[in-house]
Design a protein. Structure first.
Length: 364
């Protein structure tokens, strides 16, 4: 009976250790949420969803939602930790220490969102649960900007919406289209292209344009234009004209097809690079998972050896007491075994086991 109790105790220890190690594996392998696009969320005083929209992590939104996009709260979390009591789970990814207004990086494939309030009593019950659908792939751009929206298609989340569409997203992409969502501050807009226009100073500059001006003292030519002198210098998807200016050019059909081929090739290269990165991340995750499993197995084996040896030592101690009992009392045996280096609690347990065993033998 005593041995059965010890075996059950060993099993409980092994289950506990296994659970701790497996929990560590889950935490360590939890994925990190990407930086863009961003999901802007606002919660009102009644714990209802007040604002819910997708935004781009660019200069247009940066001025409006700083520090939400940069997540630079300084020492505010330490000074006022009670403000940051919300948690969000996007699919299986959890983000904690959020206040009532925040922006989160997410994947357009995200399907569910749950929001929790750690200040309420039942903080494991979501205060807001929302099923998300960012794209239905029907080749129709169907944007929506409201806390009740479930389908929210835009150029950030869905191929149904092209860059420059009226999709409630100012993407600031160089595409030759004045994005109607950018308040005429897209560099593709005519008011931004005219240097004499005062509104151009309020437009958002491209990094390529800054590089052209500072390094080549040139002017950046946007869609449909070329350099007045020379071929210019290509900087990403723009054309820099050193010590020159831009003129309107008309591309032949062959040139247009060539440009489209180059763009398609670039898109394919980006897709291949992305898939390779995903494969690398999966391989690294599998390696880490395998290492933790090996550690878990080794730990369980070592614990098993330890408890088996302990049981064996206890059994041998009972046999030794049985051998000495014919000539000595329990008190004398205890003194003798203590001198042999056995622990008092082990001796007491073994004497108790021997006494019960001896008693059962005499009764039968």
């Amino acid at each position: 009976m005593k041995n059965n109790h010890q075996i059950k105790k060993i099993s409980r220890h092994m289950v506990l250790v296994s659970a701790i190690l497996l929990f560590s594996i889950v935490i360590f392998l939890s994925p990190v949420v990407s930086a863009a696009p961003q999901l802007l969320i606002s919660i009102d005083n009644e714990n209802n969803l007040e604002d819910f929209q997708v935004i781009a992590d660019n200069d247009y939104y940066g001025g409006k939602y700083y520090p939400l996009l940069t997540e630079e709260y300084g020492e505010e979390i330490l000074i006022s930790p009670e403000k940051f009591h919300y948690r969000v789970i996007l699919d299986n990814i959890e983000i904690s220490k959020l206040n009532e207004r925040f922006a989160l990086g997410f994947s357009p494939k995200t399907a569910t969102m749950e929001i929790f309030d750690d200040k309420i009593f039942d903080n494991n019950k979501a205060i807001i649960t929302k099923q998300l659908s960012f794209c239905n792939n029907n080749n129709i751009c169907e944007p929506c900007e409201d806390s009740e929206c479930n389908l929210m298609e835009s150029s950030l989340t869905c191929n149904d919406c092209k860059s420059g569409s009226a999709d409630f997203i100012c993407d600031l992409v160089y595409d030759g289209i004045c994005d109607p969502d950018c308040e005429n501050k897209d560099k593709d807009c005519s008011s931004c292209k005219e240097k004499a226009n005062e509104e151009a100073n309020n437009c958002y500059a491209y990094a390529e344009e800054t590089e052209c001006l500072e390094e080549y003292s040139g002017e950046t030519c946007f869609f449909g234009k070329s350099c007045a002198e020379g071929d210019g210098i290509a900087i990403k998807n723009t054309l820099c004209c050193p010590n020159s200016y831009c003129i309107t050019s008309f591309f032949s059909m062959n040139e247009k097809k060539e440009i489209e081929k180059i763009k398609e090739k670039q898109d394919e290269e980006k897709e291949i690079k992305f898939m390779n990165q995903v494969a690398t991340n999966q391989q690294q995750s599998f390696t880490i998972y395998l290492v933790f499993i090996i550690i878990l197995i080794i730990t369980i084996i070592l614990l098993s050896i330890y408890f088996i040896r302990k049981m064996y030592r206890s059994k041998m101690l009972v046999i030794e007491i049985q051998r000495l009992k014919n000539r000595y009392s329990y008190a004398e045996i205890k003194t003798y075994l203590e001198k042999q280096g056995y622990k008092k609690e082990d001796i007491d347990l073994a004497i108790q086991q021997h006494y019960l065993y001896d008693k059962n033998v005499k009764n039968h």
